[in-house]
Ligand binder design. Structure first.
Ligand code: SF4
Ligand code: SF4
Length: 337
């Protein structure tokens, strides 16, 4: 194992930012309420290595709002045509301080947006993802909302990480997972160590075996979906906080009559307008219909279509739900039906 001292972390981040790469790290962005979010880091800024972020790290790969391309209507030789101005590909970022549940969610996003993993070719996502470096902070504590032990290896998971840092006295033990991680621990910021890495057991878990089929069996039981979603306000926070939710809206921002930008922004299937059709008909008019879709997409449709469960047990939707909806209770109720 290799060791890096806590006070060497800023120098590691400066090394990672060399060459113009954006380094995303957990930072307090609103001191009054101590909100910790992943945000681009600049030299001299503090990083919160002990805190848990309120939103996931997905913004580093899927920005809340992004420009896809510009367009303009041009007159040439008496004809009108549309000219497109593609967005320049971004340099792949570094994600520092992801948790195991953030890193693991990359497989679900890749399955949809990254051609190298069988997904569609999404130029923005694929450009950022192709050279992404993920440095994960292992958890040594958990709270009452964590249930990552329900999926894969739980807190011992290495999928999605290049390098895992385990907090120990005065610093971190560093375990490389990929070649990129092995290259990093060869830096002279790291030294050899005989310390043992700490282990964490997250005991809270839900049973997901058979959920895919169970959901289909219970799809038409609308009373069940009304019961499990009766507290829900349809605010959409759970989708915005989630590392695996990825639904988006596409819209045009015009600047004048003849040119504009096509943009993409996060969306949530919990919003009434998400499925509202131009005719005024809405196939998911009730919160129960929308919450049923949220559960079905995560645990039934997406696993069937793309092979990944859209939940890593991070607990963010539980901690942040203003109405106290707990997705674990919903899964248990469905499983016991
Ligand atoms: S955060 Fe809670 S209240 Fe808001 S949509 Fe999700 S489950 Fe409903
Ligand atoms: S559904 Fe909730 S617990 Fe699961 S990954 Fe998303 S935010 Fe985390």
């Amino acid at each position: 194992m290799r060791f890096i001292a806590e006070d060497a972390i800023p120098r590691l981040l400066e090394h990672l930012a060399g060459g113009g790469r954006t380094v995303w790290a957990p930072r307090v962005v609103r001191d009054s309420v101590n909100t910790v979010l992943f945000a681009p880091w600049s030299a001299g800024e503090p990083v919160e290595t002990g805190a848990y972020t309120h939103l996931s790290a997905k913004a580093a790969l899927l920005p809340p709002t992004e420009r896809l391309f510009g367009f303009g209507y041009l007159q040439a030789a008496g004809e009108e045509r549309i000219e497109l101005e593609p967005e320049e590909p971004e340099e792949s970022p570094v994600l520092f301080g992801a948790r195991v549940c953030d890193a693991r969610a990359l497989a679900a996003l890749d399955a949809l947006f990254f051609p190298a993993s069988g997904g569609f070719n999404d130029p923005g996502y694929a450009g950022r993802r192709s050279g992404l470096t993920v440095i994960t902070l292992a958890c040594t504590t958990c709270d009452s909302a964590c249930f990552c032990s329900s999926f894969g290896k739980g807190p011992a998971e290495t999928d999605g990480s290049d390098l895992i840092l385990y907090p120990v006295a005065n610093g971190f033990l560093a375990e490389p997972v990929t070649d990129a991680g092995s290259e990093l621990v060869r830096l002279d910021l790291f030294q050899d160590s005989r310390l043992e890495k700490p282990e964490l057991a997250v005991t809270a878990r839900v049973e997901t075996a058979g959920l895919r089929e169970k959901f289909i069996d219970l799809f038409s039981d609308i009373d069940l979906w009304r019961q499990v979603s009766e507290k829900c306000l349809s605010c959409g926070f759970c989708a915005y906080a989630c590392p695996a939710c990825h639904c988006f809206n596409i819209f045009d921002e015009m600047s004048g009559d003849r040119e504009g930008e096509r943009c993409r922004s996060w969306d949530s299937c919990m919003f009434y307008s998400y499925t509202l059709e131009t005719s005024g008909h809405n196939p998911r008019p009730e919160i129960a219909h929308r919450y049923r879709n949220r559960i079905g997409h995560k645990f039934s449709y997406f696993p069937a279509n793309r092979g990944e469960i859209l939940c890593t047990g991070c607990g963010r939707c539980i901690r942040g739900c203003p109405a106290g909806v707990d997705i674990r209770e919903v899964i248990r109720t469905v499983q016991e039906r």
